[in-house]
Write a protein that binds this ligand. Structure first.
Ligand SMILES: *Cc1c(COP(=O)(O)O)cnc(C)c1O
Length: 429
């Protein structure tokens, strides 16, 4: 319709990950309420992917909104060199108490990709500041996803999304995620780059964008022990896994060996404001203390430690620390488990395979005989879900749900019922 919001959007806006030659008009959302999104025509959609994995407590949360409003009246933003403010300091203090490991400093940025960039730059400069021989290799896992900026792309899996830029990405050494039996092989790769590895970056236990791939804590723990014995800096990318997504507050809680740096974003503000964090241990921070100006960490963003975003982070933590919220996370996991055991694995049969659950996430593959990322199946599932009032966004053949923690039993049931209907419109070919 002419003059509709969707039509005006099409005239002026370029959407992320979107082929506009094929894109239908986007749906104008006018309101969010808990796990629900409401469009301009009053249609209601359950946000089954937490708006790209960021939303924890629901949309339009009055407690977070109120806190942001009050902070906006007091101080909306201030340059973060020379100056500081209460929300930034309090959020850092509270996070340092709960992060998995011995972290001592918080560096603020704007999103997950920048949190990763900061960690990589800190790790590289760390060795230079220590006046050690240059270490110019970064290790990462195959199928990793760490963001869309150049550094974070460089340490992510190479493929359709990165092909155009491959000449401009730095070399990364990729290793397999650890499982029973491949530790020896991984060790030999690590040893073959002895003295050259600046850092190892990993998504603990769950490679989300890489296809909701899960791997076991005990093997990760063994691998981290190897890296630590080799004196290689470890960067935990908990941008997605942080703040309860995998069950515990952080995925790193289930391993004994802790990273030297940790990256956070997504759920950090409950999904309300853009904010990224890179926490590091004292060892890293100390390497930057010097009278030599060249040893300074020259990195920052205009909106570093934005007070509104930090306030949203504090409000989200308040909610997250309530037992009711933690119970809700465990409740979602139990619902997923019951659904998988009693219904999905029975009805899904050969079409919905490799069913797996981690915390609030349920995932499986559609076995259609095709495995390209861009295929009709994911679009079919997405569109069908929309007509049933559910927003899902499969990763190729991988269908998953990752609801906000506030989802109600009825809403969750509606999503499950839709999933059970998938074999009715997807046929194996
Ligand atoms: C989403 C994501 C990122 C990138 O975060 P953005 O805020 O989208 O830049 C980095 N790492 C992981 C593990 C992610 O899931």
């Amino acid at each position: 319709m002419k003059n509709s919001l969707g039509n005006r959007d099409s005239n002026v806006i370029w959407h992320p990950y979107t082929q506009h030659q094929k894109m239908e008009e986007p749906i104008p959302i006018v309101k969010g309420d808990g796990a629900l999104l409401i469009d301009e025509n009053g249609n209601i959609y359950i946000d089954a992917v937490s708006s790209w994995w960021v939303n924890l407590h629901g949309h339009g949360h009055p407690y977070i909104a109120e806190k942001i409003y009050k902070q906006a009246l007091a101080l909306e933003h201030v340059i973060f060199t020379h100056f500081t403010h209460e929300p930034a300091v309090t959020l850092a203090e509270r996070l340092l108490k709960i992060l998995p490991g011995k972290f001592s400093k918080i560096f603020y940025s704007d999103n997950g990709s920048t949190a990763v960039e900061v960690a990589l730059k800190m790790a590289i400069q760390f060795w230079i500041n220590k006046d050690q021989p240059r270490r110019n290799k970064i290790l990462a896992f195959y199928n990793a996803y760490h963001g869309d900026t150049f550094g974070s792309m460089s340490v992510s899996a190479r493929g359709l999304f990165t092909n155009s830029f491959k000449d401009f990405l730095f070399d990364t050494v990729f290793i397999e995620t650890p499982h029973t039996g491949n530790l020896g092989e991984i060790k030999s790769v690590i040893h073959s780059y002895k003295g050259q590895i600046a850092a190892f970056i990993f998504e603990p236990l769950l490679q989300a964008a890489g296809g909701m791939r899960m791997y076991e804590a005990k093997y990760l723990d063994e691998l981290l022990a190897v890296f630590q014995a080799e004196n290689i800096l470890c960067i935990a990318d908990e941008v997605l896994t942080g703040f309860g997504r995998t069950g515990p507050l952080f995925a790193g809680e289930s391993i004994a060996h802790h990273a030297d740096m940790i990256c956070l974003s997504k759920g950090l503000t409950g999904g309300t404001m853009a904010l990224g964090i890179t926490a590091c241990n004292q060892n890293i921070f100390n390497a930057f203390l010097s009278t030599d100006r060249a040893k300074t960490f020259y990195h920052g963003h205009s909106f570093t430690a934005n007070p509104l975003a930090c306030t949203a982070g504090l409000a989200s933590l308040d909610l997250l620390e309530k037992t009711s919220c933690r119970d809700q996370i465990q409740w979602i996991r139990r619902q997923h488990e019951e659904f998988a055991r009693n219904e999905l694995s029975v009805i899904g049969m050969e079409i919905m395979v490799n069913i797996r659950i981690m915390g609030t996430i349920l995932a499986f593959e559609l076995n259609t005989g095709k495995d390209e990322y861009i295929n009709e199946v994911s679009a079919t599932v997405m569109n069908k879900a929309l007509t049933r009032g559910i927003y899902l966004r499969p990763l190729g053949n991988t269908v998953y749900i990752m609801p906000p923690y506030c989802i109600t039993p009825e809403q969750l049931k509606k999503i499950y019922q839709f999933i059970l209907s998938i074999p009715d419109f997807i046929r194996k070919n």
